[in-house]
Design a protein around this ligand. Structure first.
Ligand SMILES: Cc1cc2nc3c(=O)[nH]c(=O)nc-3n(C[C@H](O)[C@H](O)[C@H](O)COP(=O)(O)OP(=O)(O)OC[C@H]3O[C@@H](n4cnc5c(N)ncnc54)[C@H](O)[C@@H]3O)c2cc1C
Length: 393
C-alpha cells in the first residue's frame, strides 16, 4: 500500500525553501504570468545576447537562478546535495542546444564527458541528459530523417556524430550512469531515434543506460513505443524510455501548416492525455522488459503512476520506474512523490547563461497565464506563503 499522495501539501513541497527564496519565486512567477511581458522579455533577451550586451548578470540573478543549477559543475554541487537530502536524484544537463560546427559538437561532447566524470563521483546524480542537436548539425539530422540519401561527405559527417555519441554512451555505461536522449522536433527525430536505438542495443544490457524520450503529443508515438519494445526484444536489450507529452507543439503545427502536411500533433489536449496515459500503462505492463521515466508536471499523470503501480503490486521505489520534473517547477509533485517512496528525479540544467537562454525562454512561456488564469506554480507558491503567514512558520 503506497502512502497517500497529497500534491496540495505545499509544506512538504517547499520545505527546502526559505521565506525569502519563496517571496523571490513569487515575484518571478508573477512577472512570468504576464504573457506580453514574457513575449517582450524573450525578444529583448535574445536581442541583447546577440548584440553582446552584458545582460548575463541580470539573467543569472533572475530566471536563471530559478531554473538552473549554476554555470559550472562546482556551482551546481550545493543544489544537487540539497535535492539529495530530500531523496531526490539529479538528472544533470549541460544546457547546450542547436550547435552548428564540428568544433562546437566536440566541445559539447567534452562537457558531457566532464559531466559524466562528476556524476560518477556523486551518488545523488544518476542520469545525465543530452540533445542530439548539440552533437550533430541540425540540417544533417533533417536530411537523415527525411529518407533522402546522404552524400558521401554527409555520411562521413553523420558517422563522426555517431562516434561522438558512442563515446559518451560507452563512458556512461562504464560508470553505470543513465543518459537521457531528449526528443526534439519531429523533422529530426527519425535520425535521433535510429542512433538512440543503436546505442540502446549496445549498452542497455539489463540496465537502463540509454533512455530515449517518447513525445506522446505525436499521433504516431504510441506505435513507436510499441516498436521500441519490439526492437529491444528482437535485439535482447532493456527498452528504456522517458515519456513526455512534448514541448514543440506550436513549432510543429506552424511548420506543418506552412509546408502543407498534416500536423503530427494530436488535435486536442485530451487526445494527448489519452495517449500519455495509455503509454504509461503499456510501460508498466511490460516492466522488466521496459524501464520508464514518467517525465511530467501533470498531477494526474503522477497520480496515475501511483495507482497503476499499486494495482500491479509494484513497490513505489521499483528500480525500473521513476518520475521526473524540471528544477524550479512542480516541487509539489517531486517532494511529495519522494516523501511517499517513489524514485524522483529533477532535471537540472547547468552551463553558461548565454547557452541556456532558449531553455529559459521555454520555461517562461510555459509559466505565462493561460486565459487569465494564474499559472500552476504561482498558485502553489502563494498558497505556501499564506500557510506560513497563518501558521507563523
Ligand atoms: C523531466 C522532463 C524532461 C522533459 N524532456 C523533454 C524532451 O526530451 N522533449 C520534449 O519535447 N519535452 C520534454 N519535456 C517537456 C514536456 O514535453 C512538456 O512540454 C511539459 O512537461 C508539459 O507537459 P506535462 O506532461 O507536464 O503536462 P500538461 O502541462 O498537462 O500538458 C501540456 C502539454 O500537453 C500538450 N498539449 C497542450 N495543448 C495541446 C493541444 N491543444 N493539443 C494537443 N496537445 C496539447 C503539449 O505537449 C503540452 O506541453 C520534459 C519535461 C520534463 C518534466
Amino acid at each position: 500500500m503506497t502512502k497517500t499522495l497529497d500534491f496540495s501539501d505545499t509544506k512538504i513541497a517547499f520545505a527546502d525553501k526559505t521565506d525569502s527564496e519563496l517571496r523571490w519565486s513569487n515575484l518571478l512567477f508573477s512577472l512570468m504570468n504576464n504573457a506580453w511581458l514574457v513575449r517582450l522579455g524573450s525578444r529583448l533577451a535574445n536581442w541583447a545576447l546577440r548584440v553582446n550586451l552584458p545582460v548575463e548578470g541580470l539573467v543569472k540573478k533572475t530566471i536563471y537562478k530559478q531554473f538552473c543549477g549554476g554555470e559550472t559543475i562546482d556551482e551546481v554541487r550545493s543544489v544537487i546535495h540539497k535535492l539529495g537530502r530530500s531523496g531526490i536524484k539529479t538528472i544533470l544537463d549541460y544546457g547546450v542546444e542547436a550547435k552548428e560546427t564540428e568544433e562546437d559538437f566536440e566541445r559539447t561532447a567534452h562537457y558531457l564527458a566532464q559531466t559524466l566524470e562528476f556524476a560518477r563521483e556523486d551518488e545523488d546524480i544518476h542520469i545525465i541528459s543530452t540533445k542530439f542537436s548539440g552533437l550533430f548539425r541540425f540540417g544533417l539530422l533533417v536530411k537523415a530523417s527525411s529518407g533522402e540519401a546522404l552524400t558521401p561527405e554527409e555520411q562521413a559527417e553523420f558517422e563522426r556524430g555517431v562516434k561522438r555519441v558512442d563515446r559518451i554512451c560507452r563512458a556512461a555505461s562504464e560508470s553505470g550512469i543513465g543518459i537521457h536522449i531528449d526528443a526534439e522536433q519531429s523533422w529530426i527525430q527519425a535520425a535521433v531515434d535510429e542512433v538512440a536505438w543503436e546505442m540502446s542495443r549496445r549498452y542497455n544490457q539489463g540496465r537502463p543506460i540509454v533512455i530515449n524520450a517518447v513525445q506522446l503529443y505525436r499521433k504516431d508515438r504510441l506505435q513507436f513505443l510499441k516498436d521500441s519494445l519490439s526492437h529491444a526484444r528482437q535485439h535482447k536489450y532493456l527498452c528504456a524510455v522517458k515519456l513526455v507529452r512534448g514541448a514543440y507543439m506550436e513549432k510543429e503545427r506552424a511548420r506543418a501548416a506552412e509546408m502543407g502536411y498534416p500536423s503530427p500533433i494530436h488535435d486536442t489536449l485530451e487526445d494527448t492525455h489519452r495517449a500519455y496515459n495509455e503509454g504509461l500503462a503499456f510501460c508498466l505492463d511490460n516492466l522488466g522488459e521496459i524501464y520508464v521515466c514518467n517525465a511530467t508536471h501533470n498531477e494526474e499523470s503522477c497520480r496515475l503512476q501511483a495507482e497503476l503501480m499499486e494495482a500491479r503490486g509494484l513497490d513505489p521505489g521499483h528500480h525500473l520506474v521513476a518520475t521526473a520534473q524540471l528544477y524550479g517547477m512542480s516541487d509539489n509533485l517531486s517532494y511529495n512523490m519522494a516523501n511517499a517512496g517513489f524514485n524522483v528525479e529533477k532535471y537540472l540544467p547547468y552551463g553558461p547563461v548565454r547557452e541556456v537562454v532558449p531553455y529559459l525562454i521555454r520555461r517562461t512561456q510555459e509559466n505565462t497565464s493561460v486565459g487569465g488564469q494564474m499559472s500552476r506554480e504561482l498558485k502553489l507558491i502563494r498558497k505556501e506563503l499564506i500557510r506560513r503567514r497563518r501558521e507563523g512558520a
